[in-house]
Design a protein around this ligand. Structure first.
Ligand code: UDP
Ligand code: MG
Length: 241
C-alpha cells in the first residue's frame, strides 16, 4: 500500500456565507478520525456577502482552517489554482462550498487514490440539479469527450483527489477546472472515477447559467484540444545531475 500522505482540501468560495460553517463541520467530522494531517484552504473569490468574515471566524476557532481572499471575483478556476499554490500537503482534495458535494465521500476517494492513481474523480450518479442543468451537462460531457478523445463521465464534479506536484504544472486559464482530468493526463496522470453523492443546493445561488457556460465551454474546448495537439509529451531518458 502507498504511503499515507497528508491532505489539503481546497474550496472556492463565492458568496456562500450560509454554507460555510456546516461545510467545515461536515469536513471535520469526516477527516478527524483519519490517520492523516489535514487542512482546509478556503479561497474567497471576491465575495460580496459575509463569506470572508465567516471564514475568519472559522479560522480563529479551528487550527485546520486557512483562507485567502482575492481582491475581486476572478472565477472558480482562479480560486482553485490559488488554493493549489497555497496548499501545504502533497494530496489536494477539491470540493465546492455549497454543500452539493458530500464530504462523507472523501475517505473512499482517498482510498481509491491510495491504490496508486494520480487523480480520483467523482461522478455524480444521481445529480440533484434542475433538469435543464442536468441535460446541459450531459450534452457538454458528450461533446467534451468527443473533441478531447476522452471518456470522462462527469468532469463538472468538483469532488476530486489529486497530486499537488502535478497540479502546479498544468496549464492555467479561466474555465480550466472543467478540464482537469484532461490537463492532468497531459502531465502523464492516471485517472480513476467513482460514483459519489450529490445534494441539492439549499442556501445561496448557483453562479452559472447554462447559456454562458455553453459559450465559454466551446472556446475552452477548442483551446484544450489545441493544447493536446501541441503538447510536448517528452520524457527524460537520462541526465547527469
Ligand atoms: N465559485 C467561485 N467563483 C465563481 C463562481 C463560483 O469560487 O466565480 C464557487 C462557488 O462558490 C461554489 C463553486 O464555485 O463553491 C461552484 O459554484 P456553483 O455551485 O454556483 O456551481 P454549480 O453547482 O451551479 O455548477
Ligand atoms: Mg453548486
Amino acid at each position: 500500500m502507498a504511503n499515507i500522505q497528508n491532505v489539503s482540501i481546497v474550496i472556492p468560495v463565492y458568496n456562500e456565507e450560509e454554507n460555510l460553517p456546516r461545510l467545515f463541520d461536515e469536513i471535520a467530522r469526516v477527516m478527524r478520525p483519519l490517520a492523516r494531517t489535514w487542512e482546509v484552504v478556503f479561497v474567497d473569490d471576491g465575495s460580496t456577502d459575509k463569506s470572508l468574515a465567516v471564514l475568519k471566524g472559522l479560522a480563529e476557532a479551528n487550527a485546520e482552517v486557512r483562507y485567502l481572499a482575492f481582491t475581486r471575483n476572478r472565477g472558480q478556476s482562479a480560486a482553485f489554482c490559488a488554493g493549489f499554490d497555497e496548499a501545504f500537503h502533497p494530496i489536494v482534495v477539491t470540493l465546492d462550498a455549497d454543500l452539493q458535494n458530500d464530504p462523507a465521500d472523501i475517505p473512499a476517494m482517498l482510498a481509491l487514490f491510495d491504490l496508486g492513481v494520480d487523480m480520483a474523480i467523482g461522478w455524480r450518479r444521481k445529480r440533484q440539479d434542475t433538469l435543464s442543468k442536468r441535460y446541459a451537462s450531459k450534452i457538454a460531457n458528450a461533446i467534451r469527450n468527443r473533441i478531447t478523445r476522452e471518456s470522462v463521465r462527469d468532469t463538472g464534479c468538483s469532488l476530486k483527489v489529486m497530486r499537488r506536484d502535478m497540479l502546479v504544472r498544468i496549464p492555467r486559464f479561466k474555465g480550466m477546472h472543467r478540464y482537469l482530468p484532461t490537463l492532468m493526463k497531459l502531465e502523464g496522470a492516471t485517472v480513476a472515477e467513482m460514483p459519489v453523492n450529490h445534494r441539492e443546493r439549499h442556501m445561496g445561488l448557483s453562479k452559472y447559467g447554462n447559456w454562458e457556460r455553453a459559450v465559454a465551454g466551446v472556446r475552452d474546448l477548442l483551446g484544450v484540444r489545441w493544447l493536446q495537439d501541441r503538447h510536448f509529451g517528452y520524457e527524460i531518458r537520462e541526465k547527469n545531475r
